[in-house]
Write a protein that binds this ligand. Structure first.
Ligand SMILES: Cc1ncc(COP(=O)(O)O)c(C=O)c1O
Length: 386
């Protein structure tokens, strides 16, 4: 037997309480019984988004919500600005290209946060731009982006919105949609929402809904106005067959999140992230990001260690799944997740495994050095006694 630990930034571990709830016999989705669950879930989701807007639930992965943001707001030949600071930022440009949207790229070195003045300059150079598309947390480089500051720029413009991919940020960091003036926020189920993959979420401000009225991009399944007509309070259903089991699981997840309290949840994530950075540094490894994410921490594997083989060994020989790198970071990094159903002893497990693996790969590290440095921070989770 090899006990398995899932420590990747999506999919993440699903709590037993949620698994048990989803194991109940299937119910039909066009029933008062399902609608009651749907309505309650939507209200709780809106608390986590910190918005008065409708949060719509789609049966798709997160990329579906990204695409629906583009095609519901814009029309072919419109201009948008997007931040390409990694694999997921790049995706905005790929989506835009499919719909003949003029996408102005702000390219950022992997591991860096975008300079807000570069966005300001792009907005000035492209006054016709209808949106700035950005990741709150760019998972490929484990980097947080200054979405609040960017929202201040778009907020001053009548016909320009900020669209935030919060797929590994919502439920991790405090990013109140309404208070910060975020026009569109998208997220997905298999990250901080502690569910299997298959659900995406999207919320639009009034300004963004207004913009959708002029959009002429082709859309059928991802027509958000049609979804809203069905999902609003009182209707409490979805345009198409919903991923009912996942929505029932989501109902349980949101109860867990709200029982913990959002402030406590953000603090837990901050402590786990800080502890992970301390562990990485204690092992003499280098962080990838100069603006490290609260959701996951990326570190370069030591010179001479093949990062691909390292992550594979951890997964297949030791039973601990981390994520490696993508594109030019492939084979060079390990990404340790700490979003969703994670707590202090998951971080200890992560460093214990990494230390053993480093030694097995011929890179001697003091056993317990990373664990110990992390523990010193993790102790903050518990009150002093005596
Ligand atoms: C920041 C970010 N954006 C977009 C995506 C794509 O989401 P999905 O794989 O659910 O389509 C991911 C997935 O890891 C992500 O982390």
């Amino acid at each position: 037997m090899l006990k398995q630990y899932l420590l990747s930034p999506g999919p993440t571990a699903v709590p037993e309480r949620v698994l048990l709830r989803m194991a109940a016999p299937m119910i039909h989705h066009r029933t008062p019984q399902f609608s009651a669950i749907f309505a309650e879930t939507k209200l709780m989701l809106e608390q986590v988004f910190q918005t008065k807007n409708d949060v719509l639930t789609l049966a798709s992965s997160g990329s579906g919500a990204m695409e629906s943001a583009v095609i519901n707001l814009l029309s072919p030949s419109d201009t948008m600005i997007y931040v390409n600071a990694g694999k997921f930022g790049e995706r905005w440009g790929k989506i835009a290209a499919k719909y003949n949207i003029n996408a102005v790229e702000i390219k950022v070195e992997w591991g860096e946060a975008v300079d807000v003045s570069a966005i300001e300059a792009a907005l000035e150079a492209n006054p016709e731009a209808k949106g700035v598309f950005v990741q709150a947390s760019e998972t490929s480089t484990t980097t947080e982006q200054p979405i609040r500051e960017i929202a201040q720029l778009t907020g001053r413009r009548d016909n320009c919105v900020i669209v935030v991919d919060a797929i590994t940020a919502l439920g991790v960091i405090d990013m109140p949609m309404d208070a910060w003036g975020l026009d569109v926020v998208v997220s997905g189920s298999q990250k901080a929402f502690m569910l299997p993959p298959g659900l995406a979420f999207i919320a639009l401000s009034d300004k963004a809904w207004k913009m959708t009225e002029a959009s002429t991009c082709q859309k059928f399944y991802f027509d958000l106005a049609n979804e809203r007509k069905n999902q609003v309070a009182g209707k409490d259903t979805t345009a198409w067959t919903p991923a009912a089991s996942l929505i029932i699981g989501l109902n349980e997840v949101l109860k867990m999140m709200l029982e913990e309290g959002l402030d406590n949840l953000y603090t837990r994530h901050q402590i786990l992230a800080k502890a992970t950075r301390a562990g990485v540094e204690a092992l003499g490894l280098k962080l990838i990001s100069s603006s490290p994410a609260t959701s996951a921490t990326g570190a370069y594997v030591p010179e001479g260690v093949n990062g691909g083989a390292f992550v594979k060994y951890l997964r297949d020989t030791m039973g601990v799944t981390f994520a490696g790198g993508q594109d030019h970071l492939k084979g060079k990094i390990v990404r340790i997740a700490h979003l969703g159903y994670y707590d202090v002893f998951d971080i200890c497990t992560a460093f214990s495994a990494i230390e053993i693996a480093l030694n097995r790969f011929g890179y001697p590290v003091q056993m317990g050095a990373g664990v110990g440095a992390a523990q010193a921070v993790l102790a903050e989770r518990f009150p002093e006694q005596g």
